[in-house]
Write a protein that binds this ligand. Structure first.
Ligand SMILES: Cc1ncc(COP(=O)(O)O)c(C=O)c1O
Length: 479
């Protein structure tokens, strides 16, 4: 026996799946935003092996209700204020469905001209949207973590032009610099690139959580004096914990003087550069060698879609291009863009399709309007919390994330940490909101990140009520 299910089955199952998702989005607010699952709950209920005989779609539907939906953390819930939001907007879902069905495997231009050329077009749209100059070119990568790895591989290639032949043995130890608040993906990239964590310098930040450029300069000089080879600086525009922006112009000037690669990680905040009033915060990033930001964070696309932009694309090609005979084509020989030459992946998904659909149906003005709505929600919460004597706003709020902690007279710093830990757990158990935490200057702090397309001002008001209740209970538990 051979053959797929007939297209009419797709009509039936696809229709049921879309109907289910529409219902899911209609009812998501009534569900507890954070899954109430205990570790092992789901896996213990799965059969040990796949069924021998085919099962009907109805059995799948039953188990979506019984096994899957109760164990989802609802990222589309209006009370999802943890981490950074990732929206599955309606255009994003439609784009994902089409991309799954067309299933273009973008190994070569000829394996999908549509995917290849739409990606080139979307890179241009996205760069233009956030105000990066025409000279930036790039790709839609999977995640910011994967994208920063690619960028730092290109930086390593620039510092050690023979590294792909020789490996690192015999070369001076290479060093990458970032602030103490940079994302852990930079640590991982250094591990994967053979620089090791010993090859990553975490530079201190100033009072506004921005990389201390004088300390960066001293670290570079000390490494050079010790015979090490500085490779790259990673500046963050929108740090994960507090959304601070490193001093990009000063870091760019230093990188230019020192001949270092500048990579700007704007995973979450980069989308805000589409707003004229926020663009000054990004001044200097146009001097970077590479910039990363995530349409799957704050441009309303489902995972995965990361814009990875380069000032000189050719340098990335030098780091990655390996063309075996079976992938040689006349177009490739004639110089057509082959995305396999610019990263680790050979097969690549048709990510550009959902970006194209979303940017057209929201429109750039619609994107800006929604981003401003998120900024307003953050402002609303910040104002309420600032008016309270028992709350400290821990960091400036340049975007849509408010970082704060409850305080208490007579409490030691450790007791205050316990108070805030208790608040976090109580808020998240309540079911209406999900927030996350960070550690800032050694202290446990709470983060409320606005970015869901479904959050409204009334949710902020309700959130303050839940916070107050949690704070009361947590204080009581401390005694
Ligand atoms: C600054 C920064 N960089 C990178 C990442 C990683 O993003 P991704 O999940 O796309 O790898 C994050 C995630 O929150 C981030 O905040």
């Amino acid at each position: 026996m051979n053959g797929d299910f007939p297209p009419d089955t797709l009509r039936a199952w696809g229709g049921a799946a879309v109907e289910r998702l529409a219902r899911y989005l209609e009812t998501v607010e009534s569900r507890p935003v954070l899954a109430r699952t205990k570790p092992g709950d789901l896996v213990s209920r799965l059969p040990r092996r796949a069924p021998e005989e085919p099962e009907p779609w109805e059995a799948i539907e039953r188990d979506l209700d019984a096994l899957i939906e109760p164990n989802l953390t609802h990222w589309q819930h209006p009370g999802f204020l943890a981490y950074f939001a990732v929206n599955s907007s309606v255009p994003g879902i439609a784009g994902e469905i089409l991309a799954a069905g067309y299933n273009q495997v973008g190994i070569l231009w000829r394996s999908s001209p549509a995917s290849n050329e739409l990606e080139q077009g979307m890179v241009r749209w996205l760069a233009e949207l956030v105000g990066l100059p025409d000279s930036f070119d790039g790709q839609l990568a999977d995640t910011a973590s994967g994208a920063s790895l690619i960028a730092l591989a290109a930086a390593r290639e620039q510092a050690f032009p023979d590294v792909r032949k020789t490996g690192l043995a015999g070369l001076p130890p290479g060093v990458v610099y970032c602030s103490e608040l940079a994302h852990s993906s930079i640590d991982k990239a250094c591990v994967v690139l053979g620089l090791g964590l010993a090859g990553l310098r975490k530079v201190p930040h100033d009072d506004a959580f921005r990389m201390d450029v004088a300390a960066l300069e001293r670290a570079i000089a000390a490494d050079r004096a010790a015979g090490r080879r500085p490779i790259a600086v990673v500046a963050t525009a929108g740090t994960t914990a507090v959304t601070s922006v490193d001093p990009l112009p000063e870091i760019a000037s230093l990188c230019e003087r020192e001949g270092l690669w500048l990579h700007v990680d704007a995973a979450y905040a980069g989308a805000a550069a589409s707003l004229p009033e926020k663009r000054p915060l990004f001044a200097g990033w146009e001097r970077a060698d590479s910039v990363v930001f995530n349409p799957h964070k704050w441009l309303f696309l489902p995972l995965e879609c990361t814009a990875l932009l380069f000032r000189r694309m050719e340098r990335v090609r030098r780091a990655f291009s390996v063309v075996p005979h079976y992938l040689e084509t006349p177009e490739g020989a004639a110089g057509v863009r082959e995305y396999m030459d610019y990263g680790v992946q050979l097969g690549r998904r048709f990510r550009a399709l959902k970006a194209w659909i979303a940017l057209r149906t929201f429109g750039a003005a619609g994107v800006r309007e929604r981003l401003r709505a998120h900024l307003d929600l953050a402002r609303q919460l910040e104002e309420v919390l600032r008016s309270r004597a028992d709350v400290e706003i821990v960091a400036p709020v340049p975007f849509s994330v408010v970082v704060f902690r409850f305080t208490g007279t007579g409490l030691s710093p450790e007791e205050e940490d316990a108070l805030n830990r208790g608040i976090l757990e109580r808020v998240n158990e309540d079911g209406r909101f999900f927030i996350s935490h960070a550690v800032v200057r050694g202290r446990f702090v709470l983060r409320a990140a606005f970015g869901s397309l479904r959050t409204e001002p009334r949710h902020v008001t309700a959130f303050v009520g839940v916070l107050e209740e949690a704070a009361r209970a947590s204080r009581k538990a401390l005694g």
